[in-house]
Ligand binder design. Sequence first.
Ligand SMILES: [Ca+2]
Length: 323
Amino acid sequence: MHKVIFDTDPGVDDAMALLFLHAAAQVELIGITTTFGNGTIETTTRNALYIAERFGIAAPVAQGAGVPLVGEAGDPPHFVHGHNGLGDIELPTTLSRQPDPRPAHRLIIDLIRANPGEVEIVAVGRMTNLALALREDPGIAALVKQVVIMGGAFGIDGVLGNVTPAAEANIWGDPLAADEVTGAAWPLTMVGLDVTQKTRMPTEYLRTIADEAGEAGRFIWDISRFYEDFHQKGGVDSIFVHDSSAVAYLLDPTLFEIRRGEIRVVSKGLAFGQTIQKPAAPPSPRVTGMAARFIKSAPASTPMRSAASTRQPCAVWPEPVRR
Ligand SMILES: [Ca+2]
């Protein structure tokens, strides 16, 4: 059983990933924490509470950061997720579910401390809440089973950022937080755009979900109309499966190829938000147990394979931030 904290900014694909986690028999969702990103923090928290209430998800929902560690939040991408973050479907004006009284980073700390060695964090928004949790209680890193992130881009098959040529949105939104999170001493896998832009749901597939997956399937169809339109305007005849790819990795990592090595994030200058990996040199004892990893691509029939053995170690590499 996976004991999962889901850190999220719903968001159309976040909502799909949350329902994916909720539907997975091998997942015990123990906490939902919200961050700004696809909407303001008020919008994403409202959306998480709405989904939890509508679909009977019992896990506490805690509101998290509304701004990055440094700087401003910026305007949400209404052209991707709609003004309400859920494809502009009609939403109720009031909810009975209330957020947990704790801020998100405190709920994360409390859940990890209460379940030492068991918690798996799936983080599919800005990494601000995780960075705040590490700053407040650095000891949690050693108590987490694994962290799976949707974010970043590594140029595999020419896949670059989706906000700038250097940066993917979740990382661009708070690169300092991402650098602190990838530098922490916990096992971390980064599911980048290299994977998530290859993993797609065409309209016919979404229609099948609508027809065969009950109320959740119809909800996914409804919220994905606006999101699909955004993709089609960009010349993509399907939707990218961003956040659910991180959930898929959690449930079955053998679906993916993995490249191992530490990751740093650029937080200043032209390459603001770029994720850079130092390929692990074989053999590399530093990798064992605390390597930052990312998934290279996701063909269903391809076994896991490390690209590390073909790489040369880098001569110069800045040490990760350790708090
Ligand atoms: Ca997200």
